[in-house]
Design a protein around this ligand. Structure first.
Ligand SMILES: Nc1ncnc2c1ncn2[C@@H]1O[C@H](COP(=O)(O)OP(=O)(O)OP(=O)(O)O)[C@@H](O)[C@H]1O
Ligand SMILES: [Mg+2]
Length: 335
């Protein structure tokens, strides 16, 4: 008799960290202050426009990922550079409010967080981003101490502070700490080596296609695979994502996104990364990590807020059969 497949779980398993590890996820890359200005429609040049609403948010590839992971209940720390200016203080307060440890973040007068002013046209939802990234940003070249890097289950990096990212990724690799990364910029002499040290490489389709020259996300995921990695994931917004991992590395597997009425997809990729890192620290298999990451990102797309664990669990209870592990799907693989 054939047994029916067990339904996918909707409760997130309790974190069980190996004894002695201080953190589950330690992040070193970009932390940012985003000032969003909402206008009725995006203006042509030389116009005077009334701002309908303004919101200040903390973001950044690593910053938002850490908040997403912390809201899912894992122990997170940010140890990239923070300054003494008002925006750095705002980011520091936000991390503290979210339970993200900043005791190992170097506080230097010359350091800055990224500051973006984002003008959103409410009629179309389209936006332009004006960003400032002066000062020392992202990972510090020599801090935190190597012991701190060894004392986490997952190291999270992005493309800011590449000499520091390289040092930290080497330390993590030699200590068996999993390196998870998001990149949006391949410039500079360190990118290639840092890329080679990433265990879990999660990139947007646009960037993955750009650095591989491949025509689609599945082919780009395959091109980024190398045996030293644990997984490559290329995300495609509402079209889900493609993954490559051992032992099936001749084909990329498709993972559907949860179909939701999206109102704000800004930062969905960051939430996906943070949830993936959180569930990796919990020891979950790839298919479940991706399903949970897609669920957290879908809730972000729907409600505009980075969801807490109870909200993701409720969403999964309401949507149990969507985004099921790709093993349960047939015909999605590509050669
Ligand atoms: N409209 C949407 N509906 C449902 N899920 C979505 C939607 N947009 C994104 N997601 C989920 O979030 C994941 C990551 O999204 P996406 O590929 O847009 O990231 P990104 O390009 O890095 O975006 P960003 O960096 O701006 O956050 C997708 O694979 C999908 O699971
Ligand atoms: Mg992204």
């Amino acid at each position: 008799m054939t047994r029916a497949a067990a339904p996918p779980s909707t409760a997130l398993a309790t974190v069980e960290s190996p004894v002695g590890k201080r953190f589950d996820v330690l992040g070193l890359g970009c932390a940012a202050v985003d000032d969003l200005l909402y206008v009725s429609s995006f203006p042509a040049a030389d116009k005077k426009v009334r701002v309908a609403r303004s919101v200040r948010r903390c973001g950044g590839l690593t910053g938002a990922a850490l908040v997403a992971a912390a809201r899912l209940g894992v122990r997170c720390a940010y140890a990239g550079c923070l300054g003494t200016d008002e925006q750095s203080q705002h980011v520091a307060r936000n991390f503290s409010d979210e339970g993200v440890d900043i005791s190992f973040a170097p506080r230097l007068p010359e350091a800055r967080v990224v500051h973006s002013t984002i003008v959103v046209g409410q009629d179309s939802g389209s936006r332009n981003i004006f960003y400032e990234d002066d000062g020392m940003i992202g990972a510090h070249p020599t801090l935190p101490e190597e012991d701190v890097i060894r004392d986490t289950q997952v190291l999270f990096i992005d493309h800011l502070g590449m000499p520091g990212n390289l040092r930290a990724a080497r330390t993590a690799r030699s200590a068996g700490v999993a390196v998870v990364a998001d990149f949006e910029d391949e410039a500079g002499p360190f990118f290639k080596e840092v890329l080679s040290l990433v265990d879990h490489l999660i990139l947007s389709e646009e960037f993955a296609r750009r650095i591989t020259g491949q025509p689609d996300a599945a082919q780009a995921a395959l091109a980024l695979w190398q045996p030293a990695r644990a997984a490559v994931v290329v995300t495609c917004g509402a079209n889900g994502c493609w993954s490559v991992s051992a032992p099936t590395t001749v084909a990329a597997r498709h993972h559907a996104a949860f179909p939701v009425p999206a109102t704000d997809t800004t930062g969905c990729g960051d939430v996906f990364h943070g949830a993936y890192a959180a569930r990796l620290a919990c020891g979950e298999p790839l298919e479940e990590r991706i399903r949970l990451a897609a669920a957290a990102a879908a809730v972000k797309a729907m409600h505009g807020q980075i969801p807490r664990r109870s909200v993701v669990e409720a969403f999964l209870r309401a949507n149990p059969h969507v985004g099921t592990p790709p093993a349960a799907r047939v015909g999605n693989d590509v050669a």
